[in-house]
Design a protein around this ligand. Structure first.
Ligand code: ADP
Ligand code: MG
Length: 310
């Protein structure tokens, strides 16, 4: 099964945040310079911190075609390099002498090229999202790409045994450190060959800009939601099983309030319910005491403080 797709970019969404954040601007500038010097980069951090969005934003700046690859355990070398997908046959029937049949069959295997092979040959920028979810055997391909600058074609019955990596080819990896402890441990050799940049949580201003540009709600309302979610995050006692509600929670509240015409107002019961539905579970995962009714009580008190326009 293949999970490769060309990226359809959302052109303006991420810019609003990055252009006003010196942290992101610096990071983008350094990343572009590492990539153009031939070094792959790797953004790591918890879910919802903005890794994929940033990786795609940077990839787009390189002015090369972008290929988005999603790591998963079913991703195979065949998906990446290519495979013979079956036979096409050519039949010739000779009925010249009626009683004698002459049948000639030409079988040709049809080759379907994998997306990584195309990217390597033509110098695309690959965003390999959540790469640690793939099997080490699959990721080993990247070892040769990064180290020897070749993509081996073993097992494919191709005439050449490898292809050379195009000089403009580059890779941006992303991963979530909480998943390293998963099944596939042996990514260390690969990690050793990239520049790993832990992504910091957006500051409040950047988060407000992200929520506002992503959902289209006014800045002031986005601000009220982001402040509430940051406050909820502060309740967290342990980061072991989660980081509390992420930027995604703020976006969800803003988006749902907008779609269902719920007023962003702590005094509104539907809004209170929305805030609790979105944040109760992520908060529960980062608390020692997991009593849901206690958690909801805490959230309700915090939500009631939300007032826009004061
Ligand atoms: N710069 C940004 N501007 C607007 N929205 C953003 C920005 N960065 C992230 N987001 C939004 O925040 C959410 C989480 O971002 P994402 O990149 O998917 O995080 P991660 O890959 O770390 O889980 C997504 O809905 C994404 O669209
Ligand atoms: Mg992601």
């Amino acid at each position: 099964m293949t999970v490769l797709k060309e990226v359809r970019q959302q052109p303006h969404i991420s810019n609003e945040v990055y252009k006003n954040s010196s942290y992101h601007q610096g990071l983008i500038k350094r990343s572009l310079s590492y990539l153009s010097s031939g070094y792959p980069i790797h953004f790591t951090g918890p879910s919802g911190i903005g890794k994929t969005t940033l990786a795609l934003h940077i990839a787009k700046q390189r002015k090369r075609p972008v290929l988005l690859l999603n790591g998963n355990k079913a991703l195979s070398n065949e998906d990446l390099i290519g495979a013979f997908t079956g036979y096409t046959s050519n039949k010739v029937k000779d009925n010249f002498i009626r009683t004698v049949y002459k049948t000639e069959e030409n079988l040709t295997e049809s080759w379907s090229e994998g997306r990584l092979l195309e990217a390597v040959k033509k110098g695309y920028t690959v965003v390999y999202d959540e790469f640690t979810r793939s099997q080490p055997e699959t990721n080993n391909l990247f070892l040769s790409i990064l180290e020897e600058k070749i993509l081996p074609l073993y097992g494919t019955k191709q005439k050449e045994s490898y292809v050379r990596v195009h000089p403009e080819f580059s890779v941006i990896f992303t991963s979530n450190p909480a998943e390293y402890a998963g099944v596939f441990r042996s990514q260390d050799a690969l990690l050793d060959r990239m520049i790993t940049l832990p992504l910091e949580q957006m500051d409040e201003k950047a988060e407000i800009a992200a929520v506002s540009s992503k959902t289209g709600i006014p800045f002031q309302e986005a601000g009220a939601i982001v402040k509430f979610v940051s406050k909820v995050r502060e309740f967290c006692e342990t980061q072991e099983h989660g980081q509390g509600p992420s930027l995604r929670s703020s976006i969800m509240i803003a988006d749902l309030a907008q779609r269902s015409e719920i007023p962003i107002d702590g005094g509104d019961e539907t809004f209170q319910q929305l805030c609790m539905d979105v944040t109760a579970f992520p908060l529960q995962t980062c608390l020692e005491k997991k009593d849901l009714s206690e958690i909801k009580k805490k959230l309700l008190t915090e939500c009631k403080k939300i007032k826009v326009g004061e």
